[in-house]
Design a protein around this ligand. Structure first.
Ligand code: NAI
Length: 335
C-alpha cells in the first residue's frame, strides 16, 4: 500500500536531517510517497510567504506530514509558523516520548521510557488576552481551560496507553492553587480515568512532578497535562535522556498529524554536516506508529539504538566524528 506524506524540509539544518531521514525510510521499503511542500524561510524565498496555501492543502490532503524545523523571521506576521500550523489543523495533542538511549551524554542512560501528552490549544501558553498597563507596571493574560479541551487530551492519553499496552497515566496539575483552571482539568481527568479501569491513574502536582522526574523518572509511563506545564515538562524529559538531538515530537489532531524533531534549525551548525538526524528519525518512527505500523516503527528505533550502542559514525553532539550522512548510512545498514 502506498501512503503519501507531506514532507517539509524546513530551514537551517532542516534539509540535511530530512535527507538523512528519507534515506533511512527509503532503505526500509515502506511504500511511502513524498509530496514536498515549503514552509518557513524557504517558503518565503520561493513563494513570498511563510506558510503558503498549497502547503496547507498538501497536509490537509495527505493528513500526515513529516516536518523539519522552521525559522520564523521576527516581525513577519506570525508569532510562530509551528503555532500557526497547530491552530490551522487543531492539532490538540502534543506527544513527546522520552526514552533512555545508550552512549548519550545523559543522566539516565537506562530506565526512562515515558511519553508526555500535552494539551496544545488552550491555557496560559497560547497568550490569550495579554495586556500591559499603560505605565508598563502590570501585565496580565487569560488562562482559559475548557471541559472539551481537557476531555479530549486526557482521552488521547488513556487511548494511547490502551493502544500501546502502557499501564499508568499520571495527571499533572496545580489544582491546589489554581482551583478553577487546573481544578477543572483535574475534575475532567478523573471522570475520563474512570472509563479506563484497567489503566492505573495517579495525580501529581506539577512542582513535585519536576522533582520526581529528576530523581526517579522510571516511575512515569504516560504523563498528561495542560499546555504550559507540558511545554516545560517535555523539555525537562528530553534533558533527562540526552537532549534535543534525540527528542522527537508529534502534533496530532483528528484531521491531520505533523511529526517532527523538537529542536530548532541550529543555525550555528547548518550546512556543515554536523547535525544529528536522530530526533527527526524518531519522529518518523512516531509517524509509523500513528500509521498503525508498529513493527516498522520498532525496526527503525532498534536500528537507531544499535547504531548508538556501536558508537558508529555518531555526530559531534554525541561525541563522535561522523557526519549527518554517514550516521544515517550507519543506521540504514542496521535495519
Ligand atoms: P536550536 O534547537 O536550533 O539549537 C540549540 C542548540 O542545539 C544549538 O547549539 C544547536 O547547534 C544544537 N542542536 C539543535 N539541534 C541539533 C541537532 N539535530 N544536532 C546537533 N545539534 C543540534 O534552538 P535555537 O538556537 O533556540 O533556535 C534556532 C532557530 O530554530 C530559531 O529560529 C527558532 O525559532 C527555531 N526553532 C524552530 C523550531 C521548530 O520549527 N520546530 C523549534 C525550536 C526553534
Amino acid at each position: 500500500m502506498t501512503q503519501t506524506i507531506t514532507v517539509i524540509r524546513g530551514d537551517g539544518i532542516g534539509p540535511e536531517i530530512m535527507d538523512a531521514t528519507l534515506h533511512v525510510l527509503d532503505a526500509m521499503n515502506l511504500g511511502l510517497r513524498y509530496e514536498e511542500a515549503d514552509a518557513g524561510l524557504a517558503a518565503l524565498e520561493k513563494h513570498g510567504e511563510l506558510l503558503p496555501a498549497q502547503t496547507l492543502e498538501s497536509i490537509a490532503r495527505n493528513r500526515i506530514a513529516l516536518k523539519s524545523p522552521l525559522t520564523t523571521p521576527v516581525g513577519e506576521g506570525f508569532s510562530s509558523i509551528n503555532v500557526a500550523l497547530r491552530r490551522h489543523f487543531d492539532l490538540y495533542a502534543n506527544v513527546r516520548p522520552a526514552k533512555s538511549f545508550p552512549n548519550t551524554r545523559s543522566r539516565f542512560p537506562s530506565g526512562v521510557d515515558l511519553i508526555t501528552v500535552r494539551e496544545n490549544t488552550e491555557g496560559a501558553y497560547i497568550g490569550e488576552g495579554q495586556t500591559l498597563s499603560e505605565d508598563g507596571e502590570t501585565a496580565s493574560l487569560i488562562q482559559r481551560i475548557t471541559r472539551k479541551g481537557s476531555e479530549r487530551i486526557v482521552r488521547y492519553a488513556f487511548d494511547l496507553a490502551r493502544r500501546t499496552g502502557r499501564k499508568k497515566v499520571t495527571v499533572v496539575h496545580k489544582a491546589n492553587i489554581l482551583k478553577t483552571t487546573s481544578g477543572l482539568f483535574l475534575k475532567v481527568a478523573r471522570e475520563v480515568a474512570a472509563l479506563y479501569p484497567e489503566i492505573e491513574c495517579n495525580e501529581m502536582i506539577v512542582d513535585n512532578t519536576c522533582m520526581q522526574l529528576v530523581m526517579r523518572p522510571e516511575q512515569f509511563d504516560i504523563i498528561v497535562t495542560t499546555n504550559l506545564f507540558g511545554d516545560i515538562i517535555s523539555d525537562l524529559c528530553a534533558g533527562l535522556v540526552g537532549g534535543l538531538g534525540l527528542a522527537p515530537g508529534a502534533n496530532i489532531g483528528t484531521e491531520a498529524a505533523i511529526f517532527e524533531a523538537v529542536h530548532g534549525t541550529a543555525p550555528d551548525i547548518a550546512g556543515q554536516g554536523k547535525a544529528n538526524p536522530c530526533a527527526l528519525l524518531l519522529g518518523a518512527a512516531q509517524m509509523l506508529d500513528h500509521l498503525a505500523r508498529p513493527e516498522e516503527a520498532a525496526r527503525l528505533r532498534d536500528a537507531v539504538v544499535a547504531t548508538l550502542e556501536a558508537k558508529d559514525a555518531l555526530t559531534p553532539d554525541l561525541g563522535g566524528s561522523g557526519t549527518t550522512t554517514t550516521f544515517a548510512q550507519a543506521i540504514a545498514s542496521r535495519l
